[in-house]
Design a protein around this ligand. Structure first.
Ligand SMILES: *Cc1c(COP(=O)(O)O)cnc(C)c1O
Length: 384
């Protein structure tokens, strides 16, 4: 694998991969912040600079040199990724964009982009010889990990925040997960999951930790691949824990790193008004994020009041010269219903990026824009 080391977002401390692989919770041991992987781009270049790489269809594991894996015969895959980039002319016109694409992540095996991270996390869990995985979830993370664990004959325990939609809980149960409903928000679910892993040394913690960030990058690689390496002007994504936003930034940075493109798109992070702590920090020019207790929004998948990758998301927005936008629940549901009218069905959180786009149309005029449509509409039909 081509990861050289991991660097802490909070205090810049660096770690060798083998030193953090065995930590019960993959965060900085000094300050508790999230960690960012840095790669050896020269070695990756040797793997990918080939006509085959350019010709191969975009799929998640096509980009393995950019992921922290060594044994390609042991990958766990359920066909995640390879999702379509959809464009509807009426939507493009109504925004005034040159092109307005939707990366339709609903098409993943369990109905959200979480499957990209799960395929890598479950691969790592097996590599480390674990038989049980543990995760905290607002719904989609749990249903994704439950499916991949069942597919790999692993046990799975999910701590579910009280906002989770019923269908997502039914999905976890159908896959045989041990579902533990938490009396409280995602922050409490996360604490319980982390406590469980500390007490049960044979278990493996999954969720918004470094492996997932790496696995989620493939959504960015696919976008560039599908646009024949023409870098879009803007990429818009929702922020829950901030992992998706940071993964997008990392993916574009990696592609610049190996010399296939020259710059990265501007990255716009969108949050629901009831849970917009990262956007507030962006507006205030702050370097820390003020957590929100018991956040309330129809976009339950992004109800994370104390985002693990919040600082990373903030950095993605700042370093890409992007923007932070908040949208109301009414704006989110209107965006979801509008997309449905054009044949694209997403859950409320899946429409948050488009709701953000509608709000800042002026900025997007004649630009090439990609919105990440993160989760399937059948998972949460509130307000339809
Ligand atoms: C997880 C999720 C998000 C938020 O992603 P983060 O990586 O937590 O920021 C957005 N939409 C859907 C449908 C999700 O499942």
């Amino acid at each position: 694998m081509y990861v050289k080391f991991f660097r802490c977002f909070g205090c810049d401390e660096t770690y060798l991969p083998q030193d953090i692989e065995s930590l019960p919770i993959m965060r900085c041991e000094r300050c508790g912040s999230a960690l960012d992987a840095e790669y050896d781009y020269d070695s990756i270049k040797k793997e990918i600079i080939s006509d085959n790489f350019r010709r191969d269809t975009p799929t998640h594991w096509k980009y393995w040199p950019f992921l922290p894996v060594s044994d390609l015969s042991a990958l766990v895959t359920m066909g995640e990724g390879a999702t379509p980039l959809l464009e509807h002319s009426a939507i493009t016109r109504s925004i005034g964009a040159a092109d307005m694409y939707f990366k339709y992540e609903a098409q993943n095996p369990t109905g959200s982009f979480k499957d990209r991270g799960s395929s890598l996390e479950i691969t790592k869990a097996l590599e480390l010889g674990k038989k049980k995985v543990v995760v905290a979830s607002t719904g989609n993370m749990g249903s994704s990990i439950a499916a991949y664990a069942a597919f790999s004959n692993m046990e799975c325990v999910v701590f579910v925040a009280d906002v989770a939609a019923d269908v997502k809980i039914a999905q976890m149960r159908a896959h045989g997960a041990d579902v533990r409903m938490v009396d409280g928000d995602y922050r409490i679910a996360m604490k319980e999951a982390e406590d469980y892993v500390r007490d049960n040394k044979d278990s493996f913690l999954t969720g918004d930790y470094p492996w997932r960030c790496e696995g989620t990058k493939t959504v960015g690689f696919e976008i560039l691949d599908q646009l024949y390496c023409k870098v879009p002007d803007y990429v818009i994504a929702p922020i829950g824990n901030g992992t998706l936003l940071w993964s997008l930034y990392e993916a574009f940075r990696d592609i610049v790193g190996v010399g296939m493109t020259e710059h990265i798109p501007r990255i716009i992070g969108v949050q629901a008004e009831g849970c917009d702590c990262v956007v507030q920090a962006w507006k205030d020019g702050a370097h820390s994020i003020e957590p929100i207790d018991n956040p309330k929004t129809v976009a339950t998948a992004i109800a994370c009041g104390d985002p693990i990758d919040g600082l990373a998301a903030l950095r993605a927005m700042r370093e890409s010269d992007g923007l932070g936008v908040s949208v109301s629940d009414d704006e989110i549901l209107a965006a979801r219903n509008g997309l449905a009218r054009h044949g694209i069905l997403v859950e409320p959180s899946g429409a948050v990026s488009y709701a953000g786009a509608c709000k800042i149309k002026d900025v997007l005029v004649r630009q090439t824009v990609v919105c990440i449509a993160t989760g399937h509409g059948l998972k949460d039909m509130q307000g339809l």
